[in-house]
Structures are given as structure tokens and as C-alpha cells.
Design a protein around this ligand. Structure first.
Ligand code: 5GP
Length: 114
């Protein structure tokens, strides 16, 4: 199984994940190896390999992913203390799964990256 198909199969409910939000466009679920007390992945329901594959036609998905990530942060009560949203793109950034995904991290003081 290529690693991109793990997320495809989560969207299709062929493998289990702790899904915390879903709609016609996106699915959000808990990361299997959480790096923070709240670590949720938000992915499009259609396959997009990485940020490099965002184009005129599919770009609106990013706004929706951000909007839902912020709503989840509020629901999880991490918005006031703060949280981080990360999208890794390709190998220098450490993208392991070739399927566009947004990380929502919070619930503790996160180490500063930049
Ligand atoms: P990346 O390094 O590609 O930005 O992040 C991939 C993330 O996917 C990692 O944080 C990893 O723990 C998570 N992950 C990998 N395989 C699975 C899986 O089968 N289920 C879930 N829920 N998360 C996964």
C-alpha cells in the first residue's frame, strides 16, 4: 500500500481512525502518533498530493481546511491559549504521507520553530 492510500482509505472508512469532523469536502481525525495533547489532521476528501498540487480549480479547499481547523481548535478549547497549524510540503519539510494534510496542534506550549 502506498502511503497516500492510508489517508484515502480513512476518507473511504476502509481503515479506522478517530474521525472528529467530516463533510462533503474534508475529513478531520486524530493523528495516530500525537505530538501534542491535541493533534488533529485535516485532509481533503479528494486526493491532492501536496501544496504543490494546489491550483486555480481546487484552491478553495485550503480556506475550508483552515476554517474547520480553527473551529475544531475552539471546540477543543485550545484557541485561547494558542495552537499551531502546519502543512509540510515534500521531503525538506518532512512530509511523510503523500496526501495533502494540515496538522492542528495544541494543548501545550509548543516549541518555537521560526
Ligand atoms: P507528515 O509528516 O506527512 O506531515 O505527517 C503525517 C502524519 O500522519 C504523522 O503525524 C503521522 O503520525 C500520521 N499518520 C501516519 N499514518 C497514520 C494513520 O494510519 N492514521 C492516523 N490517524 N495518522 C497517521
Amino acid at each position: 500500500m502506498s502511503n497516500s492510500s492510508i489517508f484515502k482509505q480513512i476518507v473511504e472508512k476502509k481503515i479506522s481512525a478517530n474521525i472528529i469532523y467530516e463533510d462533503k469536502k474534508i475529513t478531520a481525525f486524530e493523528d495516530i502518533k500525537p505530538k501534542a495533547p491535541v493533534h488533529i489532521l485535516i485532509i481533503p476528501n479528494i486526493f491532492i498530493a501536496s501544496l504543490n498540487d494546489i491550483n486555480k480549480k481546487n484552491k478553495d479547499i485550503l480556506g475550508h481546511m483552515f476554517y474547520i481547523a480553527v473551529n475544531i481548535a475552539k471546540e477543543k478549547k485550545i484557541s485561547k491559549e494558542g495552537y499551531r497549524i502546519v502543512v509540510n510540503c515534500n521531503k525538506n519539510a518532512g512530509q511523510e504521507i503523500e496526501y495533502l494534510h494540515m496538522h492542528l496542534l495544541g494543548g501545550k506550549k509548543l516549541s518555537v520553530l521560526l
